[in-house]
Every structure is written in C-alpha cells, then in structure tokens.
Design a protein around this ligand. Structure first.
Ligand SMILES: C[S@@+](CC[C@H](N)C(=O)[O-])C[C@H]1O[C@@H](n2cnc3c(N)ncnc32)[C@H](O)[C@@H]1O
Length: 302
C-alpha cells in the first residue's frame, strides 16, 4: 500500500519544480528536503512515494509545503526563514527575520582563524565574534576550540535572542558570553587580553542594497548588510579599535565583500599596529578574507 500523503507530496514537488528556474528549483528542493527529512537522492529517486518515509519525524503535509512555497514565490521570503533553520558547518542553526542567514563562505573565516590560531598558541582564552547575528561564528569557534571562551556582540536584540537559543541548542551556553551593544562598547574589561577577533560585519555599500535580490533586500536585516557609503564603515571601526582589545600577537580576522581586501589592508597598515597582513580567497576564487597579527608596540597611542 502506498501512503497517499507521500504520493501527493511527490506529485506536487514534481509538478511545481517543472515550471521553475534552476535557482528556484534549488530553493524548492532545499525546503522540501529540510521539511521532509529526505535527501536529494531520495527526492530524485521518488522516495516521497514510499509509505511513511516522507513524513516520519517530519510532520509535513503537502498543504503546509505548498503554502510555504507560495509565500516564497509571492513575497520572496527566504526558504531558510520559512523553515526556521539552516545548516552551517556541521550543525543546524535557528534563523528568522531579524537575523542574517549565515552564508557558506563564512565557514571559511572560522577555518582560517582556527588554522592561524593553533600554531600561534592562541587556541585558548578570550575570543571575540563582533556582529554575531545567529551566533554562527561564535558557535563554530566554540565547537572547534574547547579551551576558548567567545564574547559575542551584536547591536540587534532580535539577533541575540536567536544566537542565545542556538547556543542553548548546541550546549555551548557556558562557553559563549553574549552582549548587546555597539561593537567594542560592552567589552572594556577585555582590553589588551583578547587572543583573536573575528567579524563578518555589514559591508555592502548603501546604494547597492536596492539592487540585491529581493530575498535579501526585502527580508534580511538592513543592520546586517549596510556598510555605509563605501561599504567600509564597520570595517574601519574594527581596524581602528581592534588592536586595543587584542593582546600582542593576537589575531584579527574579518570577512569582506569582493574588492574590499586591498582597502582593508591599507587601513590596517595605516594604523601601524598590525603586521603579517594577509588576504585569502573564498571557494569561488574571490579575495574575501583579511587576517592580521597585532604588533608588540606602544598600546597607548591612537
Ligand atoms: C553580516 S551580519 C553577520 C552575522 C553573523 N556573524 C554571520 O556571519 O552570519 C553583521 C552583523 O553585525 C551586526 N551589527 C551591525 N552593526 C553593529 C554594531 N554597530 N555593533 C554590533 N553589531 C552590529 C548586525 O546586527 C549583524 O548581526
């Protein structure tokens, strides 16, 4: 006996998918997989037709899926917000309006920082995740480096509520301290003590925001995206203030938009407080990450 619900779901998925662009097919597949618990191969092999499998542990019926998909198509709500979660590194994160959906390339920032920190003996003590959003970077670091305490700051109370829920879900509340505030403002007690500073700040130039795809422009928080007129407003704060919080030899590591690393390197160099400036490409071959080490010079100058 074939489960009727499964047949309906599969038929609905096949019919809906046939009329979509490749990008929308990917979104549909992601949503269906996320809410049914099936993987891509299951879907394409038609396991939705099998009894029980499609709905076991995932009480999703065709009406729910169809109405979520309609919201995606009509309002361009990101499918991750519709599902209320996303996968990132080897874990799941709760996401929703008010928090940026963490992107795959940001996983690389964690990998680069961890790889730089271990041989330098920075893989313990106090780390910063500035503009933590969903808590992705803080949680990624917390899981990789068991002797690190991450201090995670965001100006958005809505984002911090989600970040704290994610820390609870991953059993990391005792290793991450959350602060509401403006960049370094809540962190005075950590001046000169921090081993590593990580950030994926807002870096999109204001006038480019309107040209982003509607899922981003109309739904993801502007506070998470808007980097000011040249996109570098937040990066300037992280450069000019970061060295004061890092201990000598501490690691400064940020994600930027493609095209920004040379400007960030110039800003770092101009302070006279950083050395070993290096940039890295993302998986698509675009220069997106800047790392630096704090020098051992005078810490009182501006
Ligand atoms: C691009 S999002 C990054 C979120 C998360 N770290 C990630 O990688 O998915 C930038 C984050 O910075 C936060 N933010 C913006 N301005 C801030 C400020 N002045 N102080 C602290 N956080 C800020 C935003 O609320 C947002 O969560």
């Amino acid at each position: 006996m074939v489960n009727g619900l499964g047949v309906n779901l599969w038929a609905w998925w096949r019919q809906t998918r046939a009329a979509l662009t490749q990008a929308d097919q990917q979104s549909l597949d992601w949503l269906v997989q996320e809410l049914t618990g099936l993987d891509a191969l299951d879907l394409h092999l038609g396991y939705l037709r099998e009894p029980v499998i499609a709905t076991q542990g995932h009480p999703t019926d065709v009406a729910t899926l169809a109405s979520l998909w309609a919201r995606h198509c009509q309002e361009r709500v990101p499918v991750q917000y519709l599902a209320g979660r996303t996968s990132w590194r080897d874990f799941q994160l709760q996401v929703g309006p008010g928090v940026l959906i963490p992107r795959p390339e940001t996983e690389q920032l964690v990998d680069l920082a961890v790889a730089a920190a271990r041989p330098a003996g920075l893989d313990r003590g106090d780390w910063l995740d500035l503009g933590t959003g969903s808590g992705a970077i803080a949680l990624g670091v917390g899981r990789e480096l068991p002797r690190v305490t991450v201090h995670a700051v965001d100006r958005s109370p809505a984002a911090l509520t989600i970040a704290q829920a994610n820390a609870r879900n991953l059993g990391l509340t005792n290793r991450i301290q959350f602060y509401t505030g403006d960049w370094f403002e809540p962190l005075a007690h950590l001046r000169g003590r921090v081993q590593a500073l990580l950030a994926n700040p807002p870096y999109i130039p204001t006038e480019d925001l309107a040209h982003l795809q509607p899922e981003i422009a109309h739904h993801e928080p502007r506070l998470a995206l808007d980097g000011g007129s040249d996109g570098l407003d937040s990066l300037r704060v992280l450069v000019t203030q970061g060295w004061r919080y890092l201990r000598p030899g501490g690691l400064w590591a940020v994600e930027t938009m493609a095209g920004q690393p040379p400007y960030v390197v110039d800003l770092l160099r101009a302070t006279g407080h950083y050395r070993d400036l290096r940039t890295y490409t993302d998986w698509a071959g675009q220069e997106r990450f800047v790392l630096a080490t704090v020098g051992t010079g005078d810490r009182t100058s501006s």
